[in-house]
Design a protein around this ligand. Structure first.
Ligand SMILES: [Zn+2]
Length: 194
């Protein structure tokens, strides 16, 4: 079946919930990757190498300054996933076809493919939801043991430095004791030649 806007719109249920910011970002990354595989037959899939960030309000999903801005719920155009799919399909159409004109059959094909991807993979039902990572349980005993070990190491370093300093001072001390015992060795002044 050729893609046209009647069957693009038929893909969407009537009241689809808007994605959360996390779902929108996760989904947009996947949709951009998928859309860029839908170029001319036999052409290699392109890659988008910029980053993704959130936007809001009436701003559409689009690239600016090497960033793909994703609006989870456009308040003016199409809402929620429908808006995200609509914008990304236009963005990709422009990138994939030099002679692209908005809303031609190639755009309809991209938009429909993305819309089906969203619906079939359960994104409207929250399949992209990720729980925030739980904070890692801190092992307090291991933490204290590690701190003690670090303190021992620090004191051992200090001890080594103290031992080296004492050894150097004892050497000097020996020298002056010997010098006192036989003044001739103490320096040139005592040799009678100076
Ligand atoms: Zn459009």
């Amino acid at each position: 079946m050729a893609a046209n806007y009647a069957n693009v719109n038929a893909v969407w249920p009537d009241h689809a919930p808007a994605p959360s910011p996390q779902e929108a970002l996760t989904g947009a990354r996947k949709l951009v990757r998928l859309a860029l595989t839908l170029g001319r037959e036999g052409s290699l899939p392109q890659k988008y190498r910029g980053k993704f960030a959130l936007t809001s309000g009436v701003r559409r999903c689009w690239t600016r300054n090497r960033t793909f801005y994703v609006n989870p719920d456009n308040t003016r155009g199409f809402h929620g996933w429908k808006g995200i799919v609509h914008d990304i399909s236009h963005w990709a159409g422009r990138r994939l076809y030099r002679d692209y004109s908005p809303h031609d059959h190639r755009h309809a094909f991209i938009e429909r493919t993305l819309a089906e991807h969203v619906v079939r993979n359960g994104w409207l039902d929250g399949k992209l939801k990720r729980e925030p990572k739980p904070k890692p349980e801190i092992d307090r005993i291991a933490l204290r043991a590690a701190r003690i070990e670090a303190r021992i190491k620090a004191w051992e370093t200090k001890r080594r430095r103290a031992e080296n300093a004492l050894a150097a001072l004892r050497k000097k001390q020996r020298y002056y004791r010997l010098a006192k015992a036989s003044p001739v060795r103490a320096g040139p002044d005592q040799t009678g030649l100076g």
